[in-house]
Design a protein around this ligand. Sequence first.
Ligand code: NAP
Length: 206
Amino acid sequence: VSVALIGGTGEQGRGLAARWALAGIEVVIGSRSKERARRAAEEVSTMTGKKVLGLMNPDAAERAEIIILTIPFRGVEAIMKTLKKELEEKKIISPIVPPRDYRKSAAEKIRELAPKSASVASAFHNVGAHALLDLSKPVECDVVVCGEGEAKRAAMELAEKIPGIRALDGGSLENSRITEALTHLIIQLNKKYGKKAIGIKFTGIS
Ligand SMILES: NC(=O)c1ccc[n+]([C@@H]2O[C@H](COP(=O)([O-])OP(=O)(O)OC[C@H]3O[C@@H](n4cnc5c(N)ncnc54)[C@H](OP(=O)(O)O)[C@@H]3O)[C@@H](O)[C@H]2O)c1
């Protein structure tokens, strides 16, 4: 497998990149700037001792089978236009959390904008960059994956490559409204209890 993190220069992208590089997955960090991509890739390579590539977003997307959109919600429309061709037949995974008052999910918006041949899922909203970037510890949380068959399978496999994470099938893409919104609650809990890496675990499954 090969994974491209679009906007992988941010905290969430670097955190996921580091965890997957350590798991032996081929990782490419994408950016709107070649220099920022190169710097982030170098940083993750140094953290992990694994070779990580840094490329412009379209080149990163072209190279990988699985595309993770680690960009802010406000960038979704522009990025989906720029990458239209590169996203054909790819598995697209969104960890994007839209503003609290957004009525749909970011994942459903991405489905509307993505090529028909692509498969779309959402995951990794409820795991924070702080926990991902602390490579000295397992992440210890559940990752609920919502969406379409192929992308969902890919996201669940990728989630379970990260030590401490259990992947759960959260059903259809529409349920992303719930997992995306939960992030706002987790952010509030982190503030309230003075923590940086609160996560969610469901009981009674196994
Ligand atoms: N941080 C977390 O703990 C966390 C947790 C759960 C979910 N998420 C979600 O994961 C996504 C990434 O989070 P983050 O904290 O890493 O975000 P970020 O640092 O704000 O942005 C990530 C990268 O996206 C690119 N970018 C910024 N504005 C853009 C635009 N208008 N169009 C296209 N690209 C743009 C930038 O890369 P270049 O300038 O290099 O192109 C930036 O480094 C967000 O949607 C967030 O909701 C984050």
